[in-house]
Design a binder for this molecule. Sequence first.
Ligand code: ZN
Ligand code: ZN
Ligand code: FE
Length: 741
Amino acid sequence: MKKLIINGIVQGVGFRPFVYNTARKLELRGYVCNSNAGVEVIVSGSEERIQRFIERIRHHAPAASNITEMEAFELEEVHFQDFFIKASENSMGSTLISPDLSVCTNCLQEMFDKDDKRYAHPFINCTNCGPRYSIIKDTPYDRKMTSMDRFRLCSYCEGEYTDPQNRRFHAQPVACPQCGPKLQFLDRNLKPLAGDCIENTIDKLKAGYIVAIKGIGGFHFACDATNDAAISKLRDRKNRPHKPLAVMCSERNIGKIVHVSDEEMKLLRSMAAPIVILPQEDKIPISRLVAPHNPTLGVFMPYTPIHYQLLEDNDLYLVMTSGNVNDEPIATDEKELIGMADFFLTHNREILNRNDDSVIRTGSSQKVILRRSRGYVPTPLRLSFPTIPTLATGAEVKIAFSISHDKLLYLSPYIGANNSKKVADFYDETVAKYRHWFKIEPEIAACDLHPDFMTTKYAESLGLPLLKVQHHHAHTAAVMAEHHLNEPVLGISYDGTGYGSDGAIWGGEILYVEADRFDRLFHLNYMPLCGGDESIKHPDRIAFAYLYQSDIEVGIPPSISDLEKKILTKMTDSGNYHQTSSMGRLFDCIAAMLGLHCSVTFEAQAAMALEFLCQNTIPENSIVYPYEITDKEIIVLPMIKAIAREIENGVQKHKIARNFHKTIISFTLEAAKKARQKTGINKIVLSGGVMQNVLLLENLMAILAKNHFEIYTSAMLPNNDGAISVGQAMIANYHFKERNF
Ligand code: ZN
Ligand code: ZN
Ligand code: FE
């Protein structure tokens, strides 16, 4: 007789019924249940059959599950009549919540089958698919604890729900047209309209209207992605002039608009169904306004039965963007969106936990997570050492917190991008939920070093022992946590904004990192940043101040007005500015000098333009501009001067952009080698928002590898501020543990 302890995503995904059926087929006896340690299986029978049983679990587990660990222990024989599923005990909590799962092929087959009981049912699901995280009120995961509790199972559904052989056994959101939630189609004043909801929606979308569609983690604004006027209207209403929008279309149409490899197709089709940013095909039917001046396009597949019904029988390409007001959290109730949409496709299954779409960018070898949310949360990160119950509050741009205890760390969904009241409320509410669900009462806290962040103030208000962590130290530690690195490393953190220990704004950093200590080995030379956060929206002002302070008289962005010049000159002369070593700002400066984006409406807009100019390549014959590396600094002024001269000489912009990238790679390698020499450390961690530039990231990794560095970068977490709380939590644990807290 054996006891198996199985960990990973094994709860709420049909794992227990699978184990049950497998055991029964092999005529084994015993039971399966959820326990604190994971899924627990007690199995009795011949040794040979038990081995076959283990093999089948390893290789044929349900599609949505993911076994990360399976341990087997020998037990003394106890007699069981047969094999059964043991009811869950209430004490567990932690591993019980599955992410939301996209609708599976079995359910789709039924939905499109005219003779099926659930033909055209917009809420079809099974143990392998459907909403999970977004409908949970409390743990343990059980129908009573979800927003499905108000829908009473009909006898047909009840029969399936209670039959261990059925693929809907204990599928908590199970429903049918008779007993399940109902769709509604509403006008702009939320008055219900007659007719078929799906047909109505398709008609209105084709006619150029904006329809707010209730999804899994919140509403989307949908409109026809081939219709310029509809997209302009949507951009106006969302106050989002340029930021790229994502497109959803049927699987057969995806290849018509973007290049997609087999690997990327797998990702698009995965249970998480994220938005994947891919290179656009030539001559696509999509409006230029969807992703202006952008050679890539974010696409995703239908992932709910409703999406499939909208897109299966036609060739619609839909802009699907988070249904929210400005940077507020994604809306879960149509009332929040009055005035924004022309029509609403909604229903009465409540969304209890907001959850934006996840976004991933792929390069030729790297996969960069830009946002980790729907489909991934709340799957915990497994840590290499046990933590004290910890709450780490994150930063300010891509707000997300982490809560950890023992070897599990839960990173929250994407909360928002500003510090408005609504974002703060959503933050509060989600922290409270995570504490409760995962039964973690924080004993220590961590936050950013920046004194003004909402998340810093939140951490201070907790009244717990608190560690304020330098931003790039935390970025590096987040990657270390993911890769279970507990030894000293070199950390290259290239980023937009991070508060430095000296009060300056850091962001071009090469660090030595050891647990809760770090040493700043090299950084970009300080440049003036006049006017704080507002200046970040005006790369031309950044460029002007850089150039002015360095006495460079050429390359000045033509967009700068005389008045701006006067103000910036005065601010620079009087020392009225912040010092910055930010790599993000250096990108902004060069982009503005090239006249790419003199002002920006979303984060990294100018830096992205500079990357796109390179057209995915840094050819051999690109030039390295001059720079200098001193004891502590990477002096980039000679490079800026050289670029100003090249602009003056009419050198083509894309060449300058490529040379600029090559120069960054070159000085990074040189500084990394010096750092290795100084410390004897060969492990190098790449982090920070600038690493979302896959051209830079992949070329940098290639050359570091050639020079025998051991390279680590994030694979499962964002490398931007979305995962900075993970690093904060790690560092706080090193810190408080060493002090025998
Ligand atoms: Zn299904
Ligand atoms: Zn039913
Ligand atoms: Fe950052």
